[in-house]
Design a protein around this ligand. Structure first.
Ligand code: KDG
Length: 317
């Protein structure tokens, strides 16, 4: 029975192996991504029982995704295989500083045909945490309805609901996004967002203001991911945690935010306090930037513990 269940769209990933404009690149590394799929695999690698709800095509890429989840121990009872459907793909172009640009080929994908009837309450009720994202809400009307329905159902069933705004400006105009986020935050217990998400939604606003604003919609806590600076956590009861990042030289930050979310959730489910969960999640985020692509770079619990131990020894007198 999964402890954490995620809902959204998996993507097959092609990371450019040469720096520069996508149109110029000749060689790519095939991997896997999709923010909520990254979350599910990250949780599994950290030792949680994870499950995934989605639709994939009965194409080569849909089969490859399913093989990956089986290999990673992610429960696939919530995966619907759509006859004649296609599985979305995306390309990652990297500039010289490791900054990435995504190009998607996902319109009309099997996952974009997700709908509320795909959510089985009997599956949700087994979980301790349900996770979805702004990307899931952005891919189609049906997927948004499925995400909204699943969040409402999970909450009513007493399951902790976590939601990452994961703003992708190309998928959402900002005006529409504010309403969607407000509604999602009324259903979520924990909201995650990045500094880029905050800047898009509340241009120029300081982090505290953004977090307070989001808390007024109803979540118990908001986590602001600040990349190398670490993260800020604020609760509805006024607790604040500022957990510094772990300095690393990034190769590709794709998936780091999703891995952070999974780590934070898994650590909370293991009974860690906010500070411990934030510190561990920062380490997981940092390690995920050390390899190319989203899922390929997700660390195991052993790798995170070894990293933290090494860093602690380096600073010990
Ligand atoms: O967070 C990483 C994801 O953005 C990436 O894996 C691709 O899901 C993706 C998206 O829609 O951008």
């Amino acid at each position: 029975m999964p402890d954490v269940v995620a809902l959204g769209e998996p993507l097959v990933e092609f990371v450019a192996l040469e720096r520069g404009a996508l149109g110029e690149v000749r060689t790519f590394l095939r991997g896997f991504g999709g923010d909520t799929a990254n979350f599910a695999v990250a949780a599994a690698r950290l030792g949680a029982r994870a499950g995934y709800i989605t639709r994939v095509g009965d194409d080569e890429f849909g089969r490859a995704c399913q093989a990956l989840w089986r290999q990673e121990g992610v429960d696939t009872r919530g995966v619907i295989v759509e006859p004649g459907g296609t599985t979305g793909i995306y390309f990652i172009a990297l500039d010289r500083d490791g900054r990435h640009t995504f190009t998607y080929y996902r319109a009309g994908s099997a996952a974009s045909r997700l709908r509320p009837a795909d959510i089985d309450p009997a599956y949700l009720v087994e979980a301790r945490c349900f996770h979805t994202s702004g990307i899931t809400q952005a891919i189609s009307e049906g997927a948004r309805a499925a995400a909204d329905e699943a969040m409402a159902r999970a909450r009513a069933l007493g399951v902790t609901v976590t939601y990452d705004l994961n703003v992708r400006p190309r998928l959402h105009p900002v005006a529409e996004l504010r309403d969607i986020v407000d509604a999602a935050l009324r259903r979520a217990h924990i909201a995650f967002l990045s500094s880029e998400d905050a800047e898009y939604l509340f241009p120029g606003a300081p982090p505290e203001t953004v977090m307070e604003q989001l808390l007024t919609c109803g979540p118990d806590l908001v986590v602001l991911k600040r990349g190398p600076l670490g993260c800020l956590v604020r609760t509805a009861t006024g607790e604040v945690v500022d957990a510094p990042g772990w300095p690393v030289t990034p190769v590709d930050a794709t998936g780091a935010g999703d891995a952070f979310d999974a780590a934070f959730v898994v650590e909370r489910l293991r009974g860690r306090n906010l500070e411990e969960a934030a510190r561990f999640a920062n380490a997981v985020g940092a390690l995920t930037t050390q390899g190319l692509g989203a899922i390929a770079a997700l660390p195991t619990r052993e790798a995170v513990e070894a990293f933290v131990h090494r860093r602690e020894e380096e600073v010990a007198p």
